[in-house]
Design a protein around this ligand. Structure first.
Ligand SMILES: Cc1cc2nc3c(=O)[nH]c(=O)nc-3n(C[C@H](O)[C@H](O)[C@H](O)COP(=O)(O)OP(=O)(O)OC[C@H]3O[C@@H](n4cnc5c(N)ncnc54)[C@H](O)[C@@H]3O)c2cc1C
Length: 228
């Protein structure tokens, strides 16, 4: 286990590959910080190699405690490859803003990101699979699971679910203003931060919606930036 207690905050211990070297002050190994980023972001990118060829595949995910779950069709190359126990690197990013400096060189972005290393495990136990799919749905849209038809036996069998331990991971966070070169602060160029966030548009009802079905609050008032 690579967790340790530091001032009551659970921290992951950096490994050779998860140790942040560049701008290390932006690094964070606190599990709660990592979990908050994972819970807010919607998609991850799964990196793995097959015969020396790297692939980086975007996909959705869910989290329960110290496990990240990804799912999909058994026909997915990504999922089939990961069941072989190969090393995987998963990244997750929340983009918080554009950092506009006075020089091109110092333009940047404000972000919260996570990089996870490990090997995935195929979930065969139907109960764990069910709970993982629930977490998956609730991650994308909280309160949805209780309202929808939940997966039946056949659907569960036709869905591959993999779990990845959140034991070797790092977060990196940039906040604040641009950092310009001293002489550039005298330039008459607007500089600052343009905040960005994921905002839901107006919901579009399906044409085949049966009469009298109201739009749920959790759809109408969907927000994503709940951990800032
Ligand atoms: C939205 C966004 C935009 C960015 N734009 C740029 C850019 O234009 N140019 C640029 O050079 N960098 C950019 N970064 C930072 C980039 O992610 C790397 O942190 C940086 O390039 C250093 O890479 P490295 O391989 O030298 O890091 P190292 O410090 O050598 O990486 C060592 C280990 O640190 C951890 N780590 C590194 N980066 C991250 C991260 N972002 N999040 C979590 N853990 C991490 C990983 O475990 C990694 O294996 C951006 C990041 C984000 C999220």
């Amino acid at each position: 286990m690579t967790t340790s207690n530091n001032h009551t905050k659970q921290q992951l211990t950096p490994t050779q590959r998860s140790q942040i070297k560049r701008k290390s002050k932006r690094g964070n190994y606190e599990t709660q910080v990592i979990y908050n980023i994972l819970d807010e972001a919607l998609i991850c990118h799964v990196g793995f190699t097959v015969n020396n060829q790297p692939f980086v595949i975007p996909t959705a995910y869910g989290r329960i405690n110290d496990k990240l779950y990804i799912h999909g069709s058994p026909a997915s190359r990504m999922l089939r490859t990961l069941t072989k126990g190969i090393e995987v690197c998963v990244t997750v990013t929340v983009l918080d803003g554009l950092v506009l400096a006075r020089s091109a060189f110092h333009h940047s972005m404000n972000y919260r990101s996570v990089v996870i290393f490990g090997t995935a495990t195929l979930i065969n136990d139907p109960e764990e699979k069910f709970v993982a799919l629930q977490a998956f749905t609730e991650h994308v849209i909280p309160q949805r699971w209780q309202q929808i038809r939940q997966p039946n036996k056949q659907e569960l069998q036709g869905t591959m679910v993999l779990s990845l331990p959140l034991t070797e991971a790092s977060a990196k966070i940039r906040t604040g203003n641009p950092i310009d070169d001293q002489p550039d602060y005298d330039l008459p160029v607007w500089a600052g931060v343009l905040p960005l966030q994921t905002v839901a548009g107006k919901p579009i009802a399906d044409e085949r919606l049966i009469e009298g079905v109201e739009i749920p609050d959790y759809v109408e008032n969907y927000v994503r930036n709940y951990n800032i």
